[in-house]
Design a protein around this ligand. Sequence first.
Ligand SMILES: O=C(O)CCC(=O)C(=O)O
Ligand SMILES: [Fe+2]
Length: 280
Amino acid sequence: MVTAQVSKAPPAISPISVKERIGTISTAEIISVLRGEITAVHIRQAFSIELANEITGNFARNPGLKERKDGVPGHYIGASHYQKDAATYFAEAESARPFVDAIFDNLVDPVRGLFDALKRELHNQGVELRPTRSAYGQANVCRGLRWSGTGPYALEPHDDVAQVLCAGSDYELPAVGRNTVVAANFYPNMPEQGGNLRVWSHKPTVIDRQSQGVETTGYPYSTRYLDGIPCHDFELKAGDIALIDGGFIHGVTGQSGKRDRLLLNCFFGFARPDLVLWWT
Ligand SMILES: O=C(O)CCC(=O)C(=O)O
Ligand SMILES: [Fe+2]
């Protein structure tokens, strides 16, 4: 008797290269992630605790704070294009803009600082950097997020590329999904324990996503799927910045005590050799 053996290949391991240091982020470091030369850059104490505390206070007092209703547990200010058509996303981005601006009030903040510095440097290289836009409006500089998952992950393992590839033809974004999608994360507040950013050495393909039933969302990957894949934990503190290639599976470990971890996040990537788009 012949027994058919169905063997499923384990997920391919893609080594990750990480740079971690204290100080001020440079445009060269940002561009090395953007060009796919390095997987992640973690800058400790990239902005001051005083600034971090001001931003955290502005977020907590902000009347634009809402609960997410798209299956990802958390609260937010701003707009996410995740699972939205362009008309809905850009309308939300436009109406949330005053609330996003109020997170920063009159501060000289690290998010617009990074955007402005990167725009200048890319311009010198003949590349335009701008927020993605449509007839309905344009993206904001970032969104503010507080994850509230209660299991082993405050934010379940996912990739940031599926949502970009599947954004739909009324967006400018799908072209970016063929290049590196950089997730820029700024941390104004962190819990005493947990809330690490965990990145696995695996960059799923469309076929991998199909096999996991996450083709259009990239969220969530099961712990079983990730079993045996090496990972790296970024141990974050308030004032840190972490830029990662969002094509690698990543998640946020569970937090103990007050769930007051605060993240400011945006994404950017090449849409064309002479155009980098920025969105949330
Ligand atoms: O909160 C973090 O550290 C990561 C957030 C993230 O992965 C996302 O917003 O897609
Ligand atoms: Fe992500």
